[in-house]
Design a protein around this ligand. Structure first.
Ligand code: M6R
Length: 608
């Protein structure tokens, strides 16, 4: 999603803004721009469609001077990714950059045009610049004009403003979309997240919803919606975000796949005391004995983690589970009972739809728990209970290490639920904990299949459609595999419950369609094999991912059998996630797509 940066300091702003924007590239964008205010107060801007290198080239030819400025990477929502629609947008000495969506922008635009404003873009953001300019033109001071402007906006926004004639001032505001202020000895910065600010700042202040910050060279004043001064804590920059580098890997995604054994170990050690083999119950402060139902809400890959967790909560704890994608949950008229646990899964902790669901459940008085990777995120701050995944910063748009850590966390939580509810005996719990602790080792073994999976990718790369099937928890992994393939390689891929194939999708099968079957030798094995036979009978090109027992049972009749590490059924989904990632990664590399920033996608989806 759009990235925002701002700086007010002693050094030339444009190169610093460009550096900070580069650190936000991972969020996904399709145009970019910078505006600066020079010492004489002149406001100037430079914008370009496409990648930051286009903006960099422009800035080389027409440098921007001044030590105060704002910058933006735009992920298009209103209007194509053209230079005219790129931010900053300006009106009468006001420049603004925006992440979010202004829902009432059409009404505002009509009103502003009637008052004489001329628009130069199709964006919702330009209305904010005109609105603020009109308030300032009425003689309102900057703070009042900003509060009046923000008061008229409906929707979600993180905003940064610069002002002609005011090289000593920037402003920032947020509702819904995240925004932070970075503090350093020689500058104050604004940034969408800690990653943008980390190399330049010592401390970070996370703005709260409704905050307006006036940023000067010497510090920041923060006000609430009513203009009352607020105090927000400054926190040290998290170490992990400073070191978001690719190392020796060609892509962040490859690095993140290879980090999985280590980050799984970190995550598991938060939930399990490896020495005693006991669950760390204090880190899951939920009394499941008094929970009647669990609802799990998430988007994309995080939703598939929730889908695996549903099998675990049902089988280990006998708990009924409702599972929803957040964009549907937020508008359903479901009954939200107070004795239910509302569980939200999100890597970023900022996904707009998931956050809206969290707030909906909070309003209904439910107990809330958030499985999040970013501990300073809005979800982490607003949920009563935070269940952290310790995956470290994930930069690749395709979620990999965060997914396996979500699975590990949810597995530990489901085990705790089973213990609390007495649905698993202490002995069984100990066995399952022992199995869970094996996950990092087995994931490392799965990563060692990379060369084999690279060959699999060669078979998939020329295809235009691929199907992924599985049963039970492997159905969730099939869905995840299909999502990974389509988002990275742009090959049309669908995941199906294996038993569902004959109810429609089998019509797609011919000898050009790879059918990737996730089929460990578990209780569903024989059923899935029957479904594979239906595919084979129609000329489908089966690629089976199984374990040693499965491979022995399948024999050598199939085009390709990938033998995954033998994993206990409980943790098999964590292990089989890895081949899904490696197949998608290598197919994308072969097809030459942008692995870390696939087209049209954003890392943190902060708009609805
Ligand atoms: O930050 P979140 O986990 O809430 O993000 C949810 C989805 O946007 C995310 O998992 C998305 O599906 C990934 N691109 C998948 O790789």
């Amino acid at each position: 999603m759009c990235g925002i940066v701002g700086i007010i300091g002693d050094e030339a702003a444009a190169p610093l803004l460009l550096d900070a924007l580069k650190r936000l590239e991972y969020r996904g964008y399709d145009s970019a721009g910078i505006a600066t205010v020079d010492e004489a107060g002149a406001l100037a801007r430079c914008r370009a469609s496409g990648k930051l290198r286009n903006l960099e080239r422009r800035l080389g030819a027409e440098p921007l001077t001044g030590t105060t400025g704002i910058g933006h990477t735009r992920w298009a929502t209103h209007g194509a990714p053209t230079e005219d629609n790129a931010h900053p947008h300006t009106a009468d000495g006001v420049a603004v950059v925006h992440n979010g969506i202004i829902e009432n922008f059409r009404a505002l635009r009509t009103m502003l045009a009637a008052n004489g404003a001329t628009f130069h873009s199709e964006t919702d953001t330009e209305t904010i610049a005109h609105l603020l300019a009109q308030h300032l033109a009425r003689g309102e001071d900057v703070k009042t004009a900003l509060l009046n402007t923000l008061g008229a906006l409906e929707g979600a926004y993180a905003l940064a403003f610069a002002f002609a004639g005011r090289p000593d001032l920037l402003a920032a505001a947020r509702v819904g979309s995240p925004l932070a202020i970075g503090l350093a000895e020689d500058c104050v910065m604004i940034g969408s997240d800690a990653i943008a600010l980390a190399p330049f700042c010592d401390e970070i202040i996370y703005l709260e919803d409704g905050d307006l910050a006036l940023v000067g060279r010497d510090g920041v004043s923060i006000y609430d919606r009513n203009g009352e001064i607020q105090s927000r804590p400054a926190m040290p920059v998290p170490m992990e975000v400073s070191v978001a580098e690719k190392g020796n890997f060609r892509h962040f995604m490859a690095k993140e796949i290879h980090e999985q054994p280590e980050v799984l170990t970190h995550t598991l050690s938060h939930y399990i005391d490896a020495a005693s083999g006991e669950l760390r119950a204090d880190n899951v402060p939920i009394d499941f004995a008094s929970v009647r139902r669990v609802s799990i809400t998430a988007c994309g890959t995080a939703y598939y983690a929730g889908l695996v967790a549903r099998y675990w909560f049902e089988s280990l704890a006998g708990l009924p589970v409702d599972l929803d994608v957040a964009s549907e949950f937020r508008y359903r008229s479901q009954v939200l009972a107070p004795d239910e646990l509302a569980l939200f899964v999100s890597q970023s902790g900022e996904t707009a739809d998931t956050l809206a669901c969290l707030r909906k459940c909070k309003e209904a008085g439910q107990q809330l728990a958030a499985v999040v990777n970013v501990r300073t995120s809005t979800m982490a701050r607003e949920a009563g209970i935070v269940l952290p995944t310790l995956a470290g910063v994930e930069i690749g748009v395709a979620s990999t290490k965060a997914f396996v850590c979500q699975l590990a966390t949810l597995a530990a939580v489901a085990l705790k639920a089973g213990v609390d509810r007495g649905t698993i005996s202490p002995d069984r719990a100990r066995t399952l904990v022992g199995e869970l602790l094996e996950a990092p080792r087995l994931v490392a073994e799965a990563i060692r299949l990379e060369a084999v999976l690279q060959r699999t990718a060669r078979r998939i790369a020329p295809a235009t459609t691929a199907l992924y099937i599985g049963r039970g928890p492997s159905f969730a992994i099939a869905l995840e595999g299909a999502l990974k393939l389509k988002e990275l390689s742009y090959i049309h891929a669908e995941g199906y419950a294996a038993g569902e194939l004959k109810h429609g999708p089998i019509a797609l099968v011919d000898d050009n369609v790879p059918v990737i079957v996730v089929v460990p030798h578990d209780e569903f094995f024989a059923k899935t094999v029957s479904n594979m036979e239906e595919v084979a009978a129609r000329g489908g090109r089966i690629i089976a991912l199984t374990d040693r027992a499965g491979a022995a049972a399948l024999g050598d009749a199939l085009e390709e059998v990938v033998v995954m590490p033998d994993a206990p059924a409980f943790i098999a989904p964590i292990v089989s996630a890895v081949p899904m990632q490696l197949i998608a990664y290598h197919t994308a590399v072969l097809n030459g797509t942008d692995v870390d920033q696939p087209r049209n996608l954003a890392k943190s989806v902060t708009v609805e």
